[in-house]
Design a protein around this ligand. Structure first.
Ligand SMILES: Nc1nc2c(c(=O)[nH]1)N[C@H]1C(S)=C(S)[C@@H](COP(=O)(O)O)O[C@H]1N2
Ligand SMILES: [Mo]
Length: 328
């Protein structure tokens, strides 16, 4: 291993040495460094032998880099909602995350002697660095700050409407969508049609089951809340919702004050067809089975005839096209 950036950069003259090594005569210091260096190499080599290919630049090491690159690439495609692969994105995303975590731990374990030598100031490379911070670190920090800033600026418009024009990497503009709100999954994608809703009824499940028509729901006490849809894909937008409190419906179905709630959508197939809500959400006075959005009857894409809206919930749990709601 050769980590001696300092030597080449600074004309082969090691900078002032830090720590206790400072008091040693140059020759003794050099000898000691070499011995420790060898010690570190030995320990590193041991583990590297145990895990073939895990050394610096070895196949396992390179695989980690590839995994990381792959995640950045698929993450980028995800922002454009383009999934040109046959597998389901979410489980694979988690599986790769675990792989990456495991290989990162392995990497740190294999490199541990070197890391330790660096931070205990025993590595010749570290000792060769100049005392004062060189421009490198500042440049690195500036580059990281610039990168984070650029990504923030090109995506934050999904939530901060004023920055909308800068949204290069955002698939959604919060300014665009029926009734002033973007649509994540359309009714067509969920295979919900006007025709399939012709004789819509809400099934209330619980100890006192009931079936309610839309007219009956509209005749119940209506409440208005202003709450955002905060999609896990990055965009969020507030809207004004009007509808019936979920806790009133649960009570009507015979649920007590501790009732939890289970909601089933009319959507034919999809990961978010069934949704469950704990007691705190179900009993929150802001949690509605919404019938109206920004003053209008819900559009089909926003979940007509009835959809859930609850505070502090990710968008995926704001179930649209509710067909059944009950005590869980
Ligand atoms: N039945 C059903 N409800 C759903 C979804 C869905 O796929 N199916 N998508 C959810 C997601 S991911 C989001 S962000 C919100 C978006 O609501 P909107 O399309 O009305 O803005 O709806 C949620 N409700
Ligand atoms: Mo979402």
């Amino acid at each position: 291993m050769r980590v001696v950036h300092g030597f080449d950069r600074y004309g082969g003259t090691p900078g002032p040495v830090r720590g206790p090594a400072r008091v040693l005569a140059p020759a003794a210091q050099d000898q000691q460094q070499r011995a420790r260096h060898a010690e570190g190499e030995e320990a590193g080599a041991g583990l590297e032998r145990l895990v073939p290919g895990s050394g610096r630049g070895g196949p396992v090491d390179r695989q980690e880099v590839r995994l990381g690159d792959g995640r950045v690439f698929t993450g980028l495609l995800n922002t454009f909602q383009w999934y040109p692969w046959p597998f389901s994105f979410v489980p694979v995303h988690y599986a790769v995350a675990w792989l990456l975590l495991g290989s990162l731990l392995l990497h740190v374990a294999v490199q541990w002697p070197r890391i330790r030598d660096h931070f205990t100031r025993r590595s010749p490379g570290t000792l060769a660095l100049p005392e004062a911070d060189g421009p490198d670190r500042r440049q690195l920090l500036a580059a990281v700050a610039a990168g984070v800033g650029a990504v923030t600026l090109t995506t934050v418009g999904q939530s901060v409407t004023a920055l909308g024009p800068l949204d290069l990497f955002a698939p959604r503009s919060p300014a665009y969508g029926p009734q002033g709100l973007p649509v994540n999954r359309t009714a067509a994608a969920a295979r919900v049609t006007r025709a399939s809703l012709a004789d819509w009824r809400l099934t209330l499940a619980g100890p006192r089951p009931a079936v309610l028509t839309l007219a009956e729901l509209r005749a119940l006490p209506q409440h208005e809340v202003t709450l955002p849809i905060a999609c896990v894909e990055g965009w969020s937008k507030s809207a004004r919702w009007t509808g019936v409190r979920v806790r009133d419906l649960l009570e009507r179905a015979g649920g007590g004050p501790d009732a939890r709630c289970r909601v089933v959508s009319l959507e034919v197939a999809g990961a978010y067809r069934v949704m469950e809500m704990g007691r705190l959400y179900a009993q929150d006075p802001l949690t509605l089975l919404a019938l109206r959005l920004n003053g209008e009857v819900l559009s089909l894409d926003h979940g007509y005839p009835a959809r859930i809206i609850a505070p502090n919930r990710p968008g995926v749990l704001q179930t649209k096209w509710v067909g059944r709601l009950g005590v869980a």
